[in-house]
Write a protein that binds this ligand. Structure first.
Ligand code: BG6
Length: 470
């Protein structure tokens, strides 16, 4: 491992090299976020960007491709701001990322931030190329998620990356940590006195973390067919949400204290046994259906899908955290594509009151704290006395709409990379823990220990999924 005293802190980096510049994540999430930085005047002065992809294009053709993609995906940006961004972007064709000379030309000789917006299967090869080239001091690397394809490959990638970059110059991205509402979980839990005394197994019955999307494959077959919902959403985004809900209070919000507490939580998550994988996980794939009046073909009939692979587009798992705080509280994590409704929320279900002096009341419901991410809001369901019979209970809801985020998640995170602040990125040991939790599920599914159910596109969820708690 290089000497960590070669800290990137003292190096100004004003070059970004995007590998995989024609991919979905770049056009859907990263470039719009950079336009957002231009709009807010936080776009780094003097930043120059090299966009690398395979196509034999000129810089103008690449810009045209981005304009066209934005139009198709409905990304609404001010054209003068987009043109300003383009004035910073040069395109470079690199057909083969193991080609040392071509990659070297694209990387240049001053410190850079390399952003690998590529499928995880290619990371190792790119690292190998970069190792042979060598890096200017202070250079940094951003890995798009998922980092690796399983526990073993993540560990190997960590080793390979550390041969070139010290850990503090490695940024494993999870854009959920760039979402303001996700970070609001920290404010809610650690900035208020009222929640901590009840934030445990004495008062919480169960937790649901739900990310249902109406989006279907959206032309991402090359990546998605090899990933599936478990690796695309649960291994990273949903487990991050679980970390923030479940972690112990950190002693400070510096990157070490914060990430140490997240890793503690992950280490307490029990690895599922093969039997538990059968009982506590659900996988499914969407069939033909209709979403918002639009006909959606079955996943297996989408162009480029390898039907034999049996990729899941819906994944649901139940996990247990073996700790004093969470013993016996199930955490259900689920995410699916091509569902009938966008539903992105965390639900904290509180236990029943120990005794109800009001007697039988049909209206009584459990208290639920609901953190909704799209649109961002915080809701708490309570039982209050109604207008009629003074001792009758009626459900009521406290709702708070949260202000929309100024900077898009990737914009915030990119600025953190330039500031060399890793707090919102996934640490090496953390990513290995994430894979340790997923590994038994992944292998049970690969061995067909769990049936692959199907659900019509546009349905609310597969009928074989877990019963919801409400
Ligand atoms: C990405 C996944 O990381 O997150 C996509 O690859 C998913 O499949 C997306 O649609 C969800 O994030 P957001 O911010 O669009 O809700």
């Amino acid at each position: 491992m290089p000497n960590s005293s070669d800290s990137a802190q003292s190096f100004m980096v004003d070059r970004l090299v995007i590998f995989g510049a024609t991919g979905d994540v770049v056009s859907r999430l990263f470039l719009p976020a950079l336009v957002g930085l231009v709009q807010e005047s936080t776009f780094p002065r003097n930043l120059s960007i090299t966009a690398i992809a395979r196509k034999s294009w000129s810089t103008e053709q690449y810009h045209q491709h981005v304009r066209e993609t934005f139009r198709k995906q409905g990304t609404d940006v001010e054209s003068d701001q987009l043109e300003y961004l383009f004035s910073c972007i040069q395109y470079a064709q690199v057909e083969d990322l193991s080609h040392i000379q071509r990659v070297q030309e694209a990387l240049g000789s001053s410190p850079f931030v390399a952003y690998l917006a590529l499928p995880p299967s290619t990371f190792s090869m790119v690292l190998n190329t970069i190792k042979q080239i060598g890096i200017p001091q202070g250079s940094r690397i951003i890995f798009e998620k998922p980092f690796g394809e399983n526990f073993g490959s993540a560990r190997t990638l960590n080793y390979q990356a550390h041969q070139i970059f010290p850990e503090e110059q490695v940024f494993r991205i999870d854009h959920f940590l760039g979402k303001q509402t996700v970070r609001n979980i920290l404010g809610l839990r650690f900035g208020n006195r009222i929640f901590e005394p009840i934030w445990n197994q004495h008062h919480i019955e169960n937790v649901e973390i739900i990310w249902d999307e109406t989006l279907a494959l959206e032309g991402r077959v090359g990546y998605y067919d090899k990933a599936g919902a478990l690796k695309d959403m649960i291994q990273n985004h949903l487990l991050q949400l679980m970390c923030l809900i479940g972690m112990e209070p950190p002693i400070s919000f510096n990157d070490r204290d914060f990430r140490d507490r997240k890793v503690d939580l992950l280490r307490a998550v029990r690895s599922l046994t093969p039997d538990e994988v059968k009982q506590q996980t659900v996988r499914a794939q969407y069939d033909a259906g209709t979403i918002n009046g639009k006909a959606i073909p079955a996943y297996k009939d989408e162009d480029g899908v390898d039907a034999d692979r049996g990729t899941e587009t819906y994944a649901e798992i139940k996990l247990w955290i073996d700790s004093w705080r969470w013993a016996g509280v199930p955490f259900v994590l689920r995410s699916g594509k091509a569902l009938g409704k966008d539903r992105k929320e965390v639900l904290i279900h509180f236990k029943d009151v120990p005794y109800l002096a009001f007697g039988e009341s049909k209206e009584i419901q459990r208290n639920i704290l609901r953190l909704q991410f799209s649109p961002d809001s915080l809701n708490l369901s309570l039982n209050l006395n109604g207008a009629g019979d003074p001792f009758q209970l009626n459900p009521a809801e406290l709702k708070s709409q949260l202000a929309p985020q100024d900077t898009l998640p990737y914009g915030d995170l990119f600025l953190n990379v330039l500031a060399n602040d890793p707090i919102l990125f996934i640490r090496a040991d953390e990513v290995e823990e994430l894979w340790r939790i997923i590994e038994p599920i992944q292998s049970g599914w690969e061995q067909d220990q769990v049936p692959l159910f199907s659900y019509p596109a546009g349905s609310l969820k597969p009928k074989d999924s877990f019963k919801e708690s409400h």
